[in-house]
Design a protein around this ligand. Structure first.
Ligand code: HEM
Length: 146
């Protein structure tokens, strides 16, 4: 493995860690939201937004470094584990945009219902973690389905 390959693989794995890490911290935050007063809720919602922003940027680095790895490694865009990861990645991006933002945007408006808000955020977080873990498995085990 040459230096360039090692550097991009390192960046790729680091961005995978930063993509998943903040989401894991969001689960206990949704638990804390249940008993939070309005002032505390503002802080938790801000933490949530910040975590989603970090995940979004890390996701971009993940995709770019992944594309570079395909170009400089022996793998191709036709390999089943890469095709499946790309498909799930696309779904996750659409999902991330639709699941979190509209819910977070209801905070401070008339549409805000605390229990529904917390439950939606928690479900969306688990779903996104699950999708990332499937992609992680595809990347690590590289199954060849065709
Ligand atoms: C656009 C999507 C992606 C592409 C094109 C891509 C591409 C690649 C390629 C080609 C490798 C192998 C590098 C090599 O053998 O030298 C790799 C490794 C890896 N990828 Fe991705 N990746 C993508 C998304 C992801 C995601 C979403 C995750 C985690 C959630 C991830 C985690 C990893 C890990 C941990 C490795 C190292 C596994 C190993 O080779 O032992 N990748 N990726």
């Amino acid at each position: 493995m040459n230096l360039l390959h090692t550097v991009f693989l390192y960046i790729h794995i680091l961005s995978a860690v930063i993509s998943i890490g903040p989401l894991v911290t969001l689960i206990p935050i949704t638990k804390k939201m249940e008993t939070a007063d309005e002032k505390e809720m503002v802080g938790f919602v801000k933490s949530f937004q910040l975590a989603i922003t970090v995940v979004k940027h890390a996701g971009h680095i993940l995709v770019v470094s992944g594309a570079i790895l395909v170009m400089i490694s022996g793998w191709t865009w036709k390999d089943s584990w890469i095709v499946l990861t790309l498909a799930i990645m696309f779904l996750s991006i659409v999902f991330l945009a639709r699941a979190f933002k509209p819910t977070l945007n209801t905070f401070g408006t008339n549409a805000f219902k605390k229990e529904e808000f917390i439950s939606k955020l928690r479900k969306a977080t688990w779903k996104y973690i699950f999708l990332l873990l499937i992609m992680l498995w595809l990347m690590v085990s590289k199954p060849m389905f065709w």
